[in-house]
Design a binder for this molecule. Structure first.
Ligand code: PMP
Ligand code: GLU
Length: 402
């Protein structure tokens, strides 16, 4: 009896790209397992442990018997706590029935796409984009329509580009602000320009990925949902992975119009059901408790951001922007394309990223996975010592390329 994988594995999955962030993180781990001292700046994951007060709450939740299935969209306690947060921190009023808690914001985004996309529908994606947007849209048999901006535009596509990209089949526009992978943050004025275009169209929503909300070095976070007339056409995506260093807990959420929350709940009810119960118990506490630990993590990221900029500005041929949030540097390395060290020639960002791992022993992710072929992504959710070492190793390796 034979099983032909080209028949058994669905065409859709055969055509799907593996998550580049996860793939490069694994490559860095594999090299490290061979005994090489690798500095992995691949994964977008805080290097801090979850604050102790949140872990204690999860333990308390277990002791209290929060070990059962929860309602599909999340416990009432957590959804109410999310509503309190949205009201006090963002000035947005939502009912708990408009919140859907999922196994991470990644699932939140997939729930939304699955809820709104029919085959042939389009989603406008701001590039550089987070890797999974593109693949998830394809997974729904819909078409990603990418609008691009390079470092000279601080990686922010213009309103005119958005206007040109929207068609009658466009059902959503998606971006993250603060942005993964560039750290760019849309100003209130820029969000207003996006809103003005979106509001001209029927049957179109904004998916506003705000998972880096707290990791903003510039000032107040602004959600596009706060702008006049936008709340009813915006799906806010947020979660606990970044601001609370809870990546492994798998908790994200959507706040949006009732019809969308109901559709997402229907999808999730057939796929995974409610997210983990004692995690939700702890998250309900975390989201409304004092955020001083979050603030100290952000202070550390801010310091490292400044360090990264000064370190990478010193490397000849590398261009950096001034990321205002998140914890990534997205340097333009295109001046190295075509250069060789005698045995290896760098043709593109993929080669550059490979070369960094093989020769400088620094893990990064090629910009091509984020819709930008000139850059690489470096996560600075790592110790200052490692960041300094990484920059030195990169500088030395690049000095051999002529
Ligand atoms: N959106 C963005 C922009 C992200 O960077 C990430 C993870 N790095 C996610 C969504 C998903 O987060 P999670 O599934 O861990 O909640
Ligand atoms: N989202 C994080 C990143 O961008 C973690 C990996 C992933 O979920 O893709 O690196």
């Amino acid at each position: 009896m034979a099983l032909d994988q080209s028949i058994m594995v669905a065409k859709k999955i055969q055509g799907m790209n593996e998550s580049a962030t996860i793939k490069m993180a694994q490559k860095a781990r594999d090299l490290a397992a061979k005994g090489v001292k690798v500095i992995s700046l691949t994964l977008g994951e805080p290097d801090f442990d979850t604050p102790q007060y949140i872990k204690d709450k999860a333990t308390e939740g277990l002791a209290l018997g929060h070990t059962k299935y929860t309602p599909v969209p999340g416990t009432m306690e957590l959804r109410s706590a999310i509503c309190s947060k949205l009201k006090s921190e963002n000035g947005l009023i939502y009912e708990p029935s408009q919140i859907v808690v999922s196994n991470g914001a990644k699932q939140t985004i997939m729930n939304i796409f699955q809820s709104i996309l029919d085959p042939g529908d389009e989603v406008v994606i701001y590039a550089p984009y987070w890797v999974s947007y593109y693949e998830q849209v394809k997974f729904c048999d819909a078409l990603p329509v990418v609008i691009k901006a390079g470092i000279e535009q601080d990686f922010k596509a213009t309103a005119a580009q958005l206007d040109d990209a929207i068609s009658p089949r466009t059902r959503a526009v998606i971006f993250s602000s603060p942005c993964n992978p560039t750290g760019s943050v849309f100003t209130k004025e820029e969000l207003q320009e996006i809103a003005d275009i979106v509001k001209k169209h029927d049957n179109l929503i904004v998916i506003s990925d705000e998972i880096y909300e707290y990791i903003n070095f510039k000032g107040e976070h602004v959600s596009i949902a706060q702008l006049p007339g936008m709340q009813e056409v915006t799906a806010i995506v947020n979660g606990f992975s970044k601001g609370f260093a809870m990546t492994g807990w798998r908790l994200g959420y959507m706040a949006g119009p009732q019809w969308l929350a109901s559709a997402c709940t229907k999808v999730q009810g057939q796929v995974t059901s409610g997210a983990n119960s004692f995690g939700q118990y702890a998250a309900a506490y975390a989201i409304t408790a004092d955020k001083s630990e979050t603030k100290s993590m952000v202070t550390a990221f801010h310091k490292r951001r400044d360090l990264m900029i000064s370190l990478f500005k010193e490397i000849p041929g590398i261009k950096v922007n001034n990321p205002d949030g998140a914890f990534y540097l997205f340097p333009d390395v295109s001046s190295y394309f075509g250069k060789s060290n005698g045995s290896n020639t760098i043709k593109n960002a993929d080669d550059f990223s490979e070369m960094l791992l093989e020769e400088a022993h620094v893990g990064s992710v090629s910009g091509s996975a984020f819709g930008n072929d000139d850059c690489i992504r470096l996560s600075y959710a790592a110790s200052e010592e490692d960041l300094k070492k990484a920059a030195n190793q990169i500088k030395e390796t690049l000095s051999k390329y002529k």
